[in-house]
Design a protein around this ligand. Structure first.
Ligand SMILES: [Zn+2]
Length: 196
């Protein structure tokens, strides 16, 4: 309480909520895709709570999920019983990025500056100066791609967990001085950081 950054965020949120209520429209700020009980992924708008199905192969939202309606989608996805598994599964899409990321061990003081290399269903791959062991809970601040967030220029504070870590010796001798580490992190959740 009383933190000016937090207050600004609350005021922005209140304004957006007011837009939804007064004007009946929302620009939608989407969550990290969550897995439903049926195995499909969906996103929730963190402002108006509307849900959309999310297709990781194309990295797009597909149809809107109406939680009030009876289960009508089951008929369209009736499976051909003799071919349970598709013979060919397209490789999950991976967004190549080259954007700055700040990261730190969750709730611990110092932030490290790294580069976000890519993002996919499994999370993010980043390169940075600080090695962290696997399973470390981390916080990351970076610009979430529009394919996920539904918003341009949207910085998020992201909760994650290190899934892989390896220290690299730079292959090119010419620039071999700086020691960097490559970290893969799963994404658990995030919230939008609003600038006042
Ligand atoms: Zn919304």
């Amino acid at each position: 309480m009383g933190c000016p950054v937090m207050l600004a965020g609350i005021i922005t949120m209140a304004q957006k909520l007011l837009d939804v209520l007064m004007l009946g429209r929302c620009s939608h700020e989407f969550s990290w895709p969550r897995r439903a009980a049926d195995g499909d992924y969906y996103q929730v708008c963190l402002i108006c709570a509307t849900e959309y199905k999310y297709d990781w192969k194309t990295m797009r939202r597909t149809e809107r999920v109406d939680r009030g309606a009876p289960e009508s989608t089951t008929t369209t996805r009736r499976s051909r019983s003799h071919s349970k598994k598709p013979t060919w599964v397209p490789r999950a899409r991976r967004l190549k990025l080259d954007t700055p990321v700040r990261y730190r061990v969750k709730n611990l003081g110092s932030w490290f500056e790294g580069i976000l290399q890519n993002l996919s269903q499994s999370g993010v791959l980043l390169q940075g100066p600080q090695h962290l062991p696997e399973n470390t809970l981390v916080e990351m601040v970076f610009e979430m791609p529009e394919e996920i967030s539904g918003q341009k220029n949207s910085s998020v504070l992201c909760q994650g967990r290190i899934t892989r870590a390896k220290e690299t010796k730079d292959a090119k001798p010419a620039q071999a001085t700086a020691e960097t580490t490559v970290l893969a992190a799963s994404i658990l959740d995030y919230k939008f950081l609003h600038h006042s």
